[in-house]
Design a protein around this ligand. Structure first.
Ligand code: AMP
Length: 459
């Protein structure tokens, strides 16, 4: 199994079975938008798949509940920053649940790790990687020659960035570890004065506590490569003296709107809640899965509508499978075809989680179902089970095809479908129509085809 490493810019083999993965969580100052969903759905699928492939995964996400953005938002809303963070953390958690993101083992709030943060800063000061000024504590990037290795920037390129302008810093690129603040603001007592932590140190204090000084996979969207992840490397590798902090650096591509990152600051966003109301979780999950996690995706309502049709095709495949006549078949032929498709599916996902290719394998299975349905060939109950369960298993990785708890047509529905058929044969179209409407009310849509009537579940 290979994963693309942003550090080496190559796909690298996963060499061990026990994996620790850390994905940067949200700054909780507003409702999350579909751009966030893009990243968290990608990691949900990655985690699901790693577990499907028998990796023993521990998946950690932090919550940035101490940040200037939260404090500014609280001031705007005339509220306590702590209440703002609690409010938007709750909406984030609700969004994850609605999107069926359920593979994270541990969420860790920055505000609950202030001691660990202070301890890490003290160690950095002691080792002289950091220095104090009257405004706070800063990391001295000249003490860490590897600074820039993740974003592949040399010293000259790094100098172009203006990070946290503050004229007490030794170098413009030094980043803050602790910000001294007035006691009236949100903050904590520390050996370096009352204040609050910088963003980057929150994450390494949390990752060190739960994963140790070195772990396997770290992720987030590409905007986090610099300065955030670069700073995490500098902090942790300096504190521990061990490298690399992370074996595999992974980054998701952006969700774009007209070529620009969907973001709160550009105002071009749609909240997860609104998108869910319009499209439901499965359309969104399938929409994102149809692009590679590292590729940018253009947000497009037309594409989302098409994705709904694609999802319908998958649901239909289940009902088409159901409608195929039962009889003796050459079991081996079907089994080997299903196995071939499943190995291709696994091969694609083993290759840096190539979800779009994996979905094309899912559609090969759908084609197989349609082939049997259109030729009128019968297949055995075992073959039907094999095809159906493989389809569900594959779709399960993407978290779709879950709305079919009662996809097996009930006896009531079967009876109504057959009554309608009889009515149609007798040309009693009024009765046939009444039954069709009744079935629609039960969430079943009928489709008259050359090989007979088929039903599908309304999405
Ligand atoms: P934030 O709350 O802004 O720190 O973002 C939380 C996570 O969502 C980070 O990994 C971001 O990089 C990611 N993210 C934010 N906007 C987008 C977007 N438009 N597309 C993909 N990921 C995003």
């Amino acid at each position: 199994m290979k994963i693309f490493n942003t550090m080496t810019r190559e796909k690298e083999e996963l060499s061990k079975k026990e994996l620790k993965m850390f994905v940067c969580g949200p700054t909780v100052y507003d409702n999350s938008h579909l751009g966030h969903a893009r990243t968290y759905i990608a990691y949900d699928i990655i985690a699901k798949y790693l577990r499907y492939r028998q990796f023993d995964l521990f998946f950690l996400v932090n919550i940035t509940d101490v940040d200037d953005k939260i404090i500014n938002r609280a001031a705007e809303m005339k509220k306590d920053p702590k209440d703002i963070a609690i409010q938007f953390e709750k909406t984030f958690m609700d969004d994850l649940e609605s999107l069926r993101i359920n593979n994270i083992d541990k969420f860790a709030r920055a505000s609950e790790h202030i001691n660990e943060i202070i301890d890490q800063i003290q160690r950095l000061l002691k080792k002289k990687f950091a220095y104090e000024t009257r405004t706070g504590v800063y990391f001295d990037i000249t003490k860490f020659p590897d600074y820039g290795k993740l974003s592949h920037q040399n010293t000259e390129e790094l100098k172009k960035h203006r990070i946290e302008p503050d004229n007490t810093k030794k170098h413009a690129q030094d980043f803050s570890l602790w910000k001294r603040r007035d006691a009236s603001e949100l903050g904590w007592d520390s050996p370096f004065g009352f204040g609050r932590p910088g963003w980057h140190i929150e994450d390494t204090a949390i990752s060190e506590k739960y994963l140790g000084s070195r772990y396997d996979i770290h992720g987030g969207a590409i905007d986090l490569i610099f300065p955030h992840h670069e700073a995490e490397i500098a902090q942790m590798e300096s504190v521990s003296g061990k490298k690399p902090i992370v074996s595999l650096w992974t980054h998701t591509g952006f969700l774009l709107v007209n070529g620009e990152k969907m973001s709160k600051s550009l105002g071009n966003f749609i909240t997860i809640k609104d998108a869910l109301k319009k499209h439901g979780p499965e359309v969104l999950r399938l929409f994102f899965s149809m692009s590679h996690y590292r590729s940018p995706i253009n947000f497009d309502e037309v594409n989302l509508k098409q994705t709904k049709n694609t999802l319908e095709t998958l649901y239909n495949a289940l009902s088409v499978l159901e409608s195929i006549g039962k009889g003796k078949d050459s079991g081996k032929e079907i089994e080997s075809e299903v196995n071939r498709i499943k190995s291709a599916f696994i091969g694609h996902l083993d290759d840096d989680f190539n979800t779009p290719y994996a979905i094309s394998s899912v559609f090969e299975l759908v084609d197989l179902i349609n082939k049997y349905a259109s030729t009128g060939k019968k297949i055995s109950a075992d073959s039907k089970n094999l095809i159906g369960s493989t389809l569900m298993e594959m779709c399960g990785i993407f978290g779709i095809l879950k709305n079919n708890a009662n996809v097996k047509i009930t006896e009531d529905v079967k009876k109504l479908v057959s009554e309608r058929e009889t009515a149609r044969r007798k040309k009693d179209f009024k009765k046939a129509d009444t039954i069709r409407k009744k079935l629609e009310g039960m969430g079943i849509v009928l489709e008259d085809t050359k090989t007979g009537v088929r039903w599908k579940r309304k999405l």
